[in-house]
Structure formats: C-alpha cells, structure tokens
Design a protein around this ligand. Sequence first.
Ligand code: NI
Length: 379
Amino acid sequence: MNGGNLQEQLFAWFQWFHRHPEPSGAEHETTARIREILRGIGITVIDTPLQTGLVARVDGKSEGPVVALRCDIDALPIEEHSGLSYSSGNAGYMHACGHDFHLTAMLGAAALLDRRREALKGTVKLVFQSAEETGVGAKQVLETGVLDDVREIFGLHVDDSRAPGVFSVSAGPVSAAVGGFRAVIRGKGGHASVPHECIDPVSAAGQLIVAAQTIVSRSTDPFDKVVVSITHVQAGNTWNVIPQEALLEGTIRTLGTDQFKTVAERLGRICGGVDRISGAVTEYIWQCGAPSVDNDAALADFAAKTAESLGLTVMPAIPNMGGEDFALYQQRIPGVFFTVGVGSPQTTHHPGFRANPSPLGAAAGFLAELGIRSLERTA
Ligand code: NI
C-alpha cells in the first residue's frame, strides 16, 4: 500500500466496519476482520485472554520504551436511518458513535507505523478495545496486564459538532465522571382508600425526585458542571392499590472527578431524609461509574504541537458530560484523549448520525506520529 491509496483503503475498511456493527462485548466479526487486516500488514497480535477486541504491537528495530494508541470497536443498539449507501446490515445495531471511524484510523496508523519501523525507538501497542459503551472494556484490557509496561497512551473520538478534519485537544477534564444509580423505595402497600395504614412509596419517590433537583441548584458551586437526572420511574400497576415499592434510576455526572463524591453523598443524604419523613426504607445502589477523562497537561501540549507540525487544524476541546472509559487508562498511565471533527448532521447516538470519512487519513497520520514522537520523548 502506498501513500496515495491509503485513504482509498481506509474508506473501504470504514465502509465494511460501518456495515457490520456489533454490540458491546460481542464484537466477534469485527475482531476477526481487524486481526485479518493486521496480519495482512504484517503486524503481531499479542496473545491475551480477551474474548473480543485485541492488542497488537509494532516493534522498532531497536529496543526501547513502550507507548500505546487506543480505539474502541463496539456499536449501539440503534436502528440506523442515516441514508448512507453503506448503512448497517445488522438489524437493530448501528455504528452511531463513530467507533468504526476510530478503529479504521487505528488500522491506518498501524500501516503507517509498519512502514516506519526504522524510525521507531521502541514499541507501539495498538489497543482495539471492546465494550466502551457499557463501560467494561477498558477494565478488561487493563486486567490482562498487557499495558503494564506502557509509559504514555493516546486515544481519539469523533466530534459530530466540528467540521471534518478539525482536531481538538485540551489539558484537564474533557468528559464527565459518570455514575448510574438505582433507588428502591420500600413502603407498605394496601388499599388506596386507607393511606394512613400504608407507607406510600409513590409519594416518597415524588419527594425524592424533586429534592434531587435541588442538588445542582442549591448544593454545588454555580461554576461547577454537574448533571443529576432521574431517568426511570416505576411503581404500582393500578389505580386503587398503594404499591409496596417504587423504583428510581438515574445518573449523576460531574466534569472532573473531585465533585462527584460530594454530589453522590448529597443524593444519599436526600434518600435518608425522605425515608425519615415518609417512613419508607430506600436502598440506594450504584450500578456503574467511570471517572472523568482528564488530560495530562504536558502531553496535551505535546499532542497539540504534534498536530500543528503536521499542518492539522487544532482547537481547544469542547468538554462534554458524556462518559468514556479511556479515563481508566489515564488513572494508570499519563494520557491524552483528542477528538477529530466529522461534521455530522445529527449527534452521535442518533439514528441519523453520519461521520464524514474524509479525515480518516489525517487521523491515522496523527495517531502514527503521536506513537513515533512519544517514543522519542520517553526514550
Ligand atoms: Ni463513543
């Protein structure tokens, strides 16, 4: 493959992956195809116990440090309505978060790194991570120990709001610390005509919902970025029975991991307060969570300068309240997460999302260059 037709090759790979989206943790066909492409380039896949996703390595001619590039590979349970000629062929699933773009750019970086092995002052590990959407993939990769020797790590995401080819990178937090919770309010059910003989979990749930909305308005600094949303409410099944219990689910998100604990504790105190007023007993359970993606300042500067030296357009990142498990790598390894604009008419996670593939070559070149220069920095 020469430079001229890399972009063409990337388009073909991208269209194939877009047509074959698979759910988190079940990316079998995707993994097999990535493996096949890497084998074609001549790149070694490392043996790990990972069921889906894989980690490959590109070794330079000389011994040296190890750095890593990471992408995710899973799709979403969304029926695609993008109008693209290469729309999903797997009914009910869609690459609606651009992970097909990420992994294709990584394959391009793999091809570029392979061509420049002579210039590599160590090893670049390439992480094709499964199950980002369900928040479990990064943990699985870290648990294999395959990244234990990695000194720096870089990851990318598409940005639907920015023009194709605009790269964004900033120091500090760029995604939210995210927690999902479940509260089961246990009351005492009975005939709706005798509320005084019951403990009504529905009115307790109502108090909890309203009180939870005072966290952002009354308990956090107006300059802090915090989201508290109750997203699932369930209680009872008819009009004349006070039910035994009510279920609430929701999410807390903070930009930066520090405020998260404060907000979570405040919600716990509200549950306790509602219990005291109502006589119900609330069981408050955390279902999932990830810290904020928090970019290392020196590395963010290095990444921005690297992009500029390649003639790419670089802007400060637009932080968002989404979650991203790249944060888990950063808890162990200094790292930077950047975005590349793909100018979509609809946001990610929308059935009409379309990533413009034109910046695939630039993203691949940037990733490869980060790998090469990161090795020079750490050698
Ligand atoms: Ni995503």
